[in-house]
Design a protein around this ligand. Structure first.
Ligand SMILES: [Zn+2]
Length: 115
């Protein structure tokens, strides 16, 4: 299965929800992810104005996946995958918002905002 997007986001919202300087994930076709157990979700507004639905584990609070009407697929957090060893970030978003002590990945495309 080709992966259309693998990367990280340094935006303030991702930093807040992850409790970390950035979030990493992969965009995959809807329906290609198998979730075991229930998810809880909440909706926020993305910078684009699109609704962003964040889904997380109701037991441990781990972020699992994100959906948006503006995305062609669903975003899955690297850390929530059983096997993420095959993934390598290709792009980083909101690098202008990166914490000054974070070293960006050497081989990623760097975007100051989302596009
Ligand atoms: Zn973000």
């Amino acid at each position: 299965m080709p992966v259309p997007f693998e990367g990280g986001c340094h935006c303030g919202d991702c930093q807040r929800i992850a409790g970390s300087p950035f979030v990493t994930g992969v965009l995959v076709p809807e329906g290609s992810v198998k979730i075991e157990g229930d998810l809880k979700s909440y909706k926020v507004e993305a910078d684009s104005g699109n609704a962003l639905i964040r889904n997380f584990c109701p037991e441990c609070g781990s972020r699992i996946l994100v959906e948006s009407e503006g995305m062609d697929g669903v975003g899955v957090s690297y850390a929530s995958m059983d096997d993420n060893s095959w993934l390598e970030p290709a792009v980083e978003f909101y690098t202008g918002n990166a914490q000054p002590w974070v070293t960006l990945c050497a081989n990623t495309q760097k975007l100051k905002e989302m596009t």
